[in-house]
Design a protein around this ligand. Structure first.
Ligand SMILES: C[S@@+](CC[C@H](N)C(=O)[O-])C[C@H]1O[C@@H](n2cnc3c(N)ncnc32)[C@H](O)[C@@H]1O
Length: 408
């Protein structure tokens, strides 16, 4: 889920990454756990650093994740045109399904509501009949953030669509599940290649009070099994990350969905690129105040930790969760396809170029945001994976066909 601001962008206003400090209480808890159990996996360290109730990075109520005032900016935060493009994809799926009502969009990792705002506003602006009846369920690890999200939607008169995340687990629905830049935050294990076989990089404490890596036997055979299944052999000394939590996350995130689509967007790569020689140290990154840091042991609880998503692992998890791949594209291609005129709908960018509130400022903001959102070396290269559940095998979404044929 993460993208830093491009060099020079409002640089003079960016806060000093050093000023974020660390959560001393969380550091103490991690040290206590290691004292009690011995070295812990990096996945466990990451889980507590990001998700520890009251202390983890994603448990803060203040703006942080994914905002210009926080630590990085996400695509939906960059401009609502991105959410509007995702809205067109949802509208196509809804039409392909015969326009069912009720239709519920669930958004795990809804953050500040930027995607919800762009998507719901986009449905309204394009005159979609779904706009009036759609139900929107934002899901967050920190429920306290959902009130700010609702307030944001109220300002745009979009809050009527909101439904609470309180449906019983066995309730089934027709709709969509959309997760934008969430998978990259799932805890990862760190492994390293050695001549005698795979080893794991655990986390332990150093005498000076910090955290350090500790090489050991893998904590679970699932790590080697994953790399074997992907045909990956690490060279001696080469390290990488493995996310074992994707299956259970995807099963949980889609538990209400009986019929509909699942859209997953993230920075992601095929195993050969992700675990290949070009990435000898893996892709684990830390983000604090728009600065990319390499040290995951600093700013504990106050910086984001993330790793590039393994596309093969996502596809396998989706298949295990009973999802069928409908198509794949990139963020740039989705935006390009959604911008093309189709079926008499107004252009995707019309609200900012020709709408009631259009101005020179809105035009310039749109243009500079599109340049960033579509930059193939940056956000434009983010992968968009669309799966279906309970849909006919031959279901097609024209937006996915328009630029690139779906992967078989
Ligand atoms: C990088 S932000 C992206 C926010 C939003 N989707 C966007 O694109 O602007 C990641 C968000 O996912 C949430 N998150 C992280 N792990 C999650 C999980 N396991 N389930 C639900 N939300 C999660 C975080 O709290 C955070 O708000």
């Amino acid at each position: 889920m993460t993208w830093s601001l491009e060099p020079g962008y409002r640089r003079e206003t960016l806060p000093d990454p050093e000023s974020v400090g660390e959560d001393a209480g969380l550091v103490a808890k991690l040290r206590d756990e290691i004292a009690l159990t011995g070295p812990i996996t990096f996945a466990r360290f990451m889980e507590r650093a990001l998700y520890e109730p009251g202390r983890g990075y994603y448990r803060q109520t203040a703006p942080g994740p994914g905002t210009a005032a926080g630590d990085f900016i996400t695509a939906p935060e960059a401009h609502p045109v991105y959410g509007a493009a995702v809205g067109r994809l949802v509208d196509e799926a809804w039409a392909a399904m015969g326009r069912p009502i009720p239709f519920t969009i669930t958004e795990p990792g809804a953050g500040t509501g930027a995607l919800a705002e762009g998507l719901l506003g986009g449905l309204r602006d394009m005159g979609s009949a779904l706009a009036a009846d759609v139900r929107y369920r934002p899901v967050e690890v920190e429920p306290a953030r959902l009130e700010a999200l609702a307030e944001r939607l109220r300002v745009d008169e979009l809050a009527d669509a909101l439904v609470a995340d309180d449906a019983p687990d066995d309730e089934v629905e027709t709709g969509a599940v959309i997760a934008n830049e969430v998978l990259d935050a799932l805890p990862v294990h760190r492994v390293i290649g050695r001549p005698a076989g795979l080893r794991e990089l655990l986390v332990t404490t150093s005498p000076d009070g910090g955290f350090v890596w500790h090489e050991a036997e893998p904590s679970t055979p699932a790590l080697a099994a994953r790399l074997d299944a992907e045909g990956v052999t690490l060279a001696d000394g080469q390290s990488t990350e493995v996310c074992l939590g994707i299956d259970s996350w995807l099963t949980g995130a889609t538990r209400h969905l009986a019929r509909g689509i699942v859209v997953l967007v993230d920075y992601a790569a095929e195993p050969a690129a992700l675990h290949g020689a070009a990435k000898p140290g893996g892709t684990l990154r830390a983000f604090a105040r728009h600065a990319v840091g390499g040290d995951p042991f600093r700013h504990v609880g106050r910086q984001d930790l993330t790793a590039t998503v393994d596309l093969a692992a996502v596809r396998a998890a989706a298949a295990n969760a009973g999802l069928t791949l409908i198509g794949e594209t990139t963020q740039a291609e989705l935006l390009a396809a959604a911008s093309a005129p189709a079926n008499g709908k107004p252009g995707l960018t019309d609200p900012w170029l020709r709408g009631r509130d259009a101005s020179l400022a809105s035009t310039l903001h749109l243009r500079s945001a599109l340049a960033r959102l579509m930059d193939p070396r940056g956000m434009g290269g983010f992968r968009v994976l669309v799966f279906g559940r309970g849909l006919p095998a031959d279901v097609r979404l024209p937006l996915l066909d328009r630029v690139r044929r779906p992967t078989a």
